[in-house]
Design a protein around this ligand. Structure first.
Ligand SMILES: NC(=O)c1ccc[n+]([C@@H]2O[C@H](COP(=O)([O-])OP(=O)(O)OC[C@H]3O[C@@H](n4cnc5c(N)ncnc54)[C@H](O)[C@@H]3O)[C@@H](O)[C@H]2O)c1
Length: 218
């Protein structure tokens, strides 16, 4: 049984992670940290093997540091935090860290296909569309996609009600465009990826590992 604590447990993603972990036979939900629940991350680390963090860009790194210092593995979904800080914290801990800018399998494939297409098409731009409560822009997924692609890829951010998390990569060349589009209809799209990371984080060959693709493909 893997003991799992969730940071941001009262949030949109955190609530769903708590439900998903509770429903899994091999996982036990041992802690729910969130200022809304009056419970700090430090209060839940003692009973956990893995901390899952879906909080805010300005708190995720402190939460990860606290976990790693306590010998608790950490799975981070929060976007827009300081990744170099995580690398520093992970270097001095035996506990492992995993971060994915996007836990949805379709988004991981979109990033791969976009990277491949950018090597042969002239130019590309990214449009990322998210719900209006998202704090960071551009999204971590869009930033990572652009990083994986050839050339300078501009990113456009849309924030509107009615959207969960979508992204379009449009590639242009002589008299043609190619659009690679990933659409999520519900936050359950992220849960298989989160479960995979929780189950695999302790055995990672290095730390931190960034990107779900490292758990899915050789
Ligand atoms: N990687 C992915 O696949 C993925 C998918 C969806 C969302 N996200 C990211 O996850 C993060 C959370 O998204 P959300 O929509 O659930 O946000 P949200 O605002 O609904 O929830 C965040 C929660 O974190 C809590 N919180 C704030 N400070 C805290 C702290 N120090 N310790 C513990 N909890 C704290 C807040 O009270 C809130 O309940 C965002 O950064 C978002 O971009 C990532």
């Amino acid at each position: 049984m893997i003991r799992v604590a969730v940071a941001g447990a009262a949030g949109r993603m955190g609530r769903m992670v708590c439900e998903t972990v509770s429903a899994a036979d091999d996982l036990a939900l041992t802690g729910q940290a969130d200022p809304v629940l009056d419970t700090a991350v430090g209060d839940v680390l003692g009973d956990a093997d893995v901390l899952v963090d879906f909080t805010r860009p300005d708190t995720a790194l402190d939460n990860a540091r606290a976990a790693l210092e306590a010998g608790v593995h950490v799975v981070i979904g929060t976007s827009g935090f300081d990744l170099d800080g995580l690398r520093e914290a992970a270097a001095s801990s035996a506990a492992k860290a995993f971060f994915a800018p996007n836990f949805a399998i379709g988004a991981v494939l979109m990033m791969r296909f976009a990277a491949e297409a950018s090597r042969v098409m002239a130019r590309a731009e990214i449009i990322e569309l998210h719900h209006e409560g998202k704090l960071d822009a551009p999204s971590g997924t869009a930033a990572r996609t652009a990083e994986m692609m050839e050339g300078d890829v501009p990113i456009h951010s849309v924030r509107l009600p009615g959207i969960v998390a979508d992204q379009e990569v449009i590639l242009g060349d002589v008299a043609q465009t190619l659009t690679i589009r990933h659409v999520t209809t519900d936050r359950t799209s992220f849960m298989p990826g989160v479960l995979l990371a929780i189950r695999r984080v302790a055995d990672l060959p290095e730390s931190p590992v960034v990107g779900l693709e490292h758990l899915l493909f050789d």
